[in-house]
Design a protein around this ligand. Sequence first.
Ligand code: RB5
Length: 144
Amino acid sequence: MEDLKVVIGSDHAGYEYKEKIIDYLNARNIPYTDIGTHTKESCDYPVIARSVCERVISGKSNRGILICGTGIGMSIAANKVRGIRAALCSDTYSARTSRAHNNANVLCLGERVIGEHLMLDIVDIWLHTGFEGNRHKRRVDMIE
Ligand code: RB5
């Protein structure tokens, strides 16, 4: 699997989980770019989604993580960007399979939906699972 270069962003409703994921990344020396938001003041998730996705498409980062209240707004916005395959995950099976089968390049999370420990398990599995390719590559190519 390629070296991880993460880009992360949240709105105000995902801010606390963003900071927890940054602690996780720092503890493991995984390089990342923090797009913001940097406070709990209300902000608009589509703007953050766009910035994170553009960085993934540019190749400066190879994995994006987006957090909002539900993860839904972020995933809708992210999947509008050509080349982005955003997976909204609330369980570890989906996190693993979104990488192995769908080659998801963006993970979306809902801070108001799942607990912190499950969230960190999802992040860990998602970052460290590779794409299986083969028949799954054919299907992903059909999407692209
Ligand atoms: C913000 O209140 C909330 O709507 C946003 O974080 C997100 O859940 C939208 O999908």
